[in-house]
Design a protein around this ligand. Structure first.
Ligand SMILES: O=C(O)c1cccc(C(=O)CC[C@H]2O[C@@H](n3cnc4c(=O)[nH]cnc43)[C@H](O)[C@@H]2O)c1
Length: 226
């Protein structure tokens, strides 16, 4: 399988040097990720699989991953694409694009693109993800993509309530997946957990351990691919 790996930063790319895959550095955030993935796919060659990869935050729950371990996505979804709904008389809640009847894809034919099924910003991972993760002993579950890193216990709990079993928070995965979906190329996400999702404690981030786990996971995944 020909694989395109998309990472946010040059440091992440350096930690993946000499892997048998093309590595594209996209910049931080979902917009940068989607733009760079789109550009790489237009430039070609067309890969068989796109992998969004990097470090990420781990959600704390019984099925969650430890800092320093890697995990694989079952789906990639936007965590802050929608509308906050609150006021004097109602408790604040979050409305997703699905709740609002909106889609991340054009809702009519657009230049150069055929009409795609409405999508609220949730992208199923490549169909082989769960099987390969289980074979390699990697946790597999939903990965959420945000533009603003979660910085409180309440923020982490709100995301966990909205996305049961969510494993990892990152800033690029759903953007990469959206671009791959537009091109009809399967996509999944792999991250090494550098920190817990919650109050900001930058000194506790274990970036070296996360990058080591990410590289080991990617080496095994690339070997195991058909
Ligand atoms: O120090 C900060 O407050 C800070 C704010 C925004 C970004 C950063 C970065 O170091 C880049 C984050 C980079 O790594 C991924 N990442 C890692 N942990 C998390 C997380 O808990 N939540 C979301 N993203 C995370 C992300 O994909 C970026 O590419 C530092």
């Amino acid at each position: 399988m020909d694989v395109l790996i998309v990472v946010a930063t040059a440091a992440e790319a350096r930690s993946l040097s000499s892997l048998p895959a093309r590595v594209e550095v996209c910049g931080v955030g979902p917009v940068a990720a989607a733009l760079a993935t789109q550009a790489a796919l237009l430039r070609g060659p067309r890969p068989d699989l796109v992998l969004s990869a990097g470090i990420g935050g781990a959600f704390v729950h019984p099925g969650g991953v430890q800092v320093g371990a890697a995990a694989m996505a079952s789906e990639m979804l936007y965590g802050d694409l929608g509308a906050w709904n609150g006021g004097e008389e109602i408790e604040e809640s979050f409305l997703t694009l699905g709740d609002l009847g909106l889609s991340v894809f054009p809702d009519g034919p657009s230049v150069g693109a055929s009409l795609l099924a409405p999508n609220p910003g949730r992208f199923p991972a490549w169909a082989g993800s769960a099987e390969i993760a289980s074979r390699l002993g990697l946790a597999c579950g939903p990965f959420v993509t945000v533009s603003g890193v979660t910085g409180s216990v309440e923020g982490a709990q709100t995301l966990l309530r909205r996305i049961p079993g969510v494993l990892i928070e990152g800033m690029e995965g759903a953007g990469v997946a959206q671009a791959a979906a537009l091109h009809g190329v399967p996509c999944t996400e792999i991250r090494g957990a550098s920190n817990l999702v919650g109050p900001r404690d930058r000194d506790s981030w274990q970036i070296g351990a996360a990058l080591g786990a990410l590289r080991a996971a990617l080496e095994s995944v690339l070997l195991a691919l058909p």
